[in-house]
Each structure stands twice: as C-alpha cells, then as structure tokens.
Design a protein around this ligand. Structure first.
Ligand SMILES: *Cc1c(COP(=O)(O)O)cnc(C)c1O
Length: 440
C-alpha cells in the first residue's frame, strides 16, 4: 500500500482536525500518510522521511517509538489496560499522582485526571468556580485571560481564549472571559525591556482586579509562552506580580502548562522561573511523552478542602470515561523516569545554546522579525504579505524532509529533546532554504 492509496481513503473517510478539507482535495495542502516513526523522524509509505520539528503538535518529548516508553506500555498492557477510576484505583495512577505532587514540592498535592488538554482547562475553570461557591462566594464566577491566549477549543475553553480564527464564528455560544493586555515582549517600545512590558501588563491586571475582584474566580495564563497565539514570549516578572495580585484580591491563578510543561521552556514547569506556584496547574501534551491522551489538573490542599464534606454535591462531580487510564499513566511514569535518569533539562540547555547559534541565518534573515527563544522553543515572525505563506512554507519544508507548521506568519521550531547534532544542523539549514523558497 503506497501513499496514494492511504491518501484517497483518508480524504474520503477522515475529517482532519483544524483543516479546510477542500485544501487537501485541491492539493494546496498536502496530506501526508505516515507509516511509522523512529526518534525524531517520521516515514511515509513511499519511503520518504520527515524530521518532526514540531514534536507532532507539541506532544512528543523523547522521539517516536522510544524503547523505554514502549517497554513500559507493553508491561502495563499485560496486566491492566483500563478500569473505572470512580470507586476504584490502580498502581500507575497512584504512583503518577505522587510523583507529580513531589515535582511541585507538595504544593499541588491533589491530581484530577482527564484525557486531553481542553478537558483539563474545563476542569480547572469548574473547580475554581465551585471552590468559591462552596466557600460562600458564588458571585465569583468570571474569568480573566490574556490577549492572544489559547486554552483549547471546547466551548468553555474558547470562552477563555483569544485567538479569533478558532473562536469568532462560535461567539454566540460562548461565555466570554475578559481579555487583559498580554505581557508578550514584542510589544516593547524602543528602549523598553521585556520586564517593562510585563510591568505594564501587570498594572493593567491590578486595575481590573481592584475594581472587579468580587466577581472574578480566576486568572488563567499560559506561563512564559503563549503558544497557539503565535509563540509569544514574556518575562517571568508578570507571573510574579500576577501571583501577588491574585493573593491580594482572592482570585485563583490557573497555570495552563499544557504546552510549556515538561521542560519546554527550560525548567520542568514554566512557572518555576517566576518562583511561584499556581492554584491550579493544567498538564497534558508532553505528560505521556506524546504517546497517549492524558491530562491532569493539580491543585492545592486549600482548594481540595473546599470540596471535602458530608454533602455529596459539595464534591467535584465531574468525570470522563477514560479518567486516569493505566496505560497512559504508565507512559507518563516512563517519561518522568527519563527526565530523572538522563538529566534532560541540563542536556537541553546545552543543546538549546548550540541550536540557537545554528539558527543565526534564520534570526538575521532579511524578512525575519522578533526572533525569540525560550528553552526548547524557537520562533520568528516573517514579514510577507503573501496570504498563502503558511501553506507555501509547509509545502517547501516537506520537500526538504521537514515537518514545519507555521502559525500564520510565525515560523516556529519545537523539536523533540532527542535531536542529534547532525539533525539539528540539517533542520537549521533546510528551514532557511524552505523559507527562501516559500518567499520566492
Ligand atoms: C494544546 C493546548 C490546549 C488544548 O489541549 P488539547 O489536548 O488539544 O485539547 C490547551 N492549552 C494550551 C496552552 C495548549 O497548547
């Protein structure tokens, strides 16, 4: 069976995500059938290969078909694939919850599971409101978010998001949160630092909280990097001030680390760089090393205590069928083992320095604006008026064995943590070649 075979069947039967399907049928947007993966590379049915420079939508950390994660899943498969988590428990979910709590130094010691990022955000929003409700403050039922924020695409998460492309048509269905100025560093005026922009955004947050805190349950943020909004990066100072303001005005801080968690920004969790802890921490994507759908909301003893009561309806009566799936939890434990055994964060730091140097031709490209990097995320805005730049770059990258998927005019690289130096060189060189071809 070759590529053409699977393309035809997929186009007829599969409705692909985040895609205008007509672009596939017209050929403007190639659909790539993948037969197998190994490390940072994906292979199609015709023998071509693609370097997975976006970690398969930001989920993969240690490569495809990683032997250690494979082995852990195989072992779990032989003993328990799934069991209801209401009224029952199992070793992988207990061990994972303990390990995650320890990774927050016990500050976030209660783990509530779901299967995808959006569901985790929904849970954090519901829990925040319900905790205030149980505390006798039911009027705290609004949320604050940042301009350009992305927290998922279910109706609840679109309400706290601010990316028009995904949201605008559904506006009549949404309960819109209040978007606040983003601290993202591109907004610096000449002579201003990223910390100055953060300071200004924090002042705007303070002004809103001062007058409206009585009706606000939580502020939700993507710590340090706003992903789907365009890989917008900001100074940790914003998180420090947001934490202090949330404390002062009795508002929860929800950290959506679905993209930035597990080392993406250089520390295990991004909020660590601000020396703070959120009230809710949403994790998914890299949680299982990119293997299986799993998400979790970690929260504090104080929040947990608000639900702990004789009365059933004061409990958090929320569930998903596959909550805490044992195979997914086992994959997550194997992923945490790799972090612990391989000193991944230190290795990534050295890699990131080398790769940033390799990307100098991209950073200094005549049409490049605002080249930026944090941890294992690199991004640059491309100055072009071509409406189809995104599609052109995607096609030109595929021709050069790269999987790149720009966000609008923002080209970003978010490779798995196992890239070899020779693959890093190949990625850096061919990214610029693909960019030049797309702009030609
Ligand atoms: C991907 C993402 C989500 C949504 O996760 P899904 O698993 O796609 O539902 C939420 N927040 C952020 C910051 C994300 O990057």
């Amino acid at each position: 069976m070759n590529n053409a075979h699977w393309l035809e069947r997929s186009r007829a039967a599969v409705w692909h995500p985040c895609t205008q399907m007509k672009l596939h049928d017209s050929g403007a947007l190639p659909l790539v059938p993948i037969a197998r993966g190994a490390g940072a590379w994906l292979y199609d049915f015709d023998g071509r290969r693609y370097l997975d420079a976006i970690s398969s939508w930001w989920v993969n950390l240690f490569g495809h078909a990683n032997p250690r994660i494979n082995a852990a899943i195989h072992e779990q498969l032989a003993c328990l694939e799934q069991v209801i988590l209401a009224g029952f428990t199992h070793a992988p979910v207990v061990e994972l919850s303990e390990r995650l709590a320890a990774l927050t130094d016990g500050a976030l010691g209660h783990a509530f599971y779901a299967s995808d990022g959006s569901s985790a955000v929904e849970i954090a929003l519901k829990m925040s409101f319900h905790a205030w409700h149980n505390a006798g403050q039911p009027h705290k039922n609004r949320f604050l978010c940042l301009a350009g924020s992305y927290h998922g695409e279910t109706l609840g998460t679109l309400g706290v998001g601010d990316v028009g492309l995904y949201k605008d048509v559904y506006a009549p269905l949404l309960r819109q949160a209040t978007p606040l100025p983003s601290p993202e560093a591109r907004q610096a005026a000449p002579g201003e630092t990223a910390a100055d922009v953060a300071q200004r955004a924090a002042a705007a947050l303070a002004a809103v909280l001062e007058t409206e805190h009585a009706s606000i349950a939580a502020l939700i943020v993507e710590p340090l990097v706003q992903g789907a909004g365009g890989m917008l990066m900001y100074d940790p100072e914003y998180l420090r001030q947001a934490r202090a303001l949330c404390d002062r005005y009795q508002v929860h801080l929800i950290a959506d680390e679905i993209m930035v968690g597990f080392g993406r920004t250089g520390t295990l969790f991004a909020h660590e760089q601000a020396g703070i802890r959120p009230d809710f921490l949403c994790l998914s994507k890299g949680l299982t090393g990119g293997y299986l759908p799993l998400s979790v909301v970690l929260t504090t003893d104080a929040v947990y205590a608000q639900f702990y009561d004789e009365q059933v309806t004061r409990g958090f009566l929320h569930s998903h069928s596959y909550t805490g799936n044992p195979l997914a939890c086992r994959a997550a434990l194997a992923t945490l083992d790799i972090f612990a055994e391989d000193d991944v964060l230190t290795r990534n730091r050295a890699f990131a320095d080398r790769f940033t140097a390799l990307l100098r031709p991209l950073a200094t490209h005549p049409q490049a604006r605002h080249f930026r990097q944090r941890g294992m995320i690199w991004a640059v805005d491309i100055a072009t008026s071509a409406a189809d730049f995104r599609l052109r770059l995607f096609r030109e990258a595929l021709r050069r064995e790269l999987l790149l998927r720009p966000l609008g005019n923002t080209l970003y690289l978010m490779p798995p943590y196992i890239l070899s130096d020779s693959d890093a060189e190949l990625l850096a060189e061919r990214t610029v070649a693909a960019l030049d071809a797309a702009l030609a």
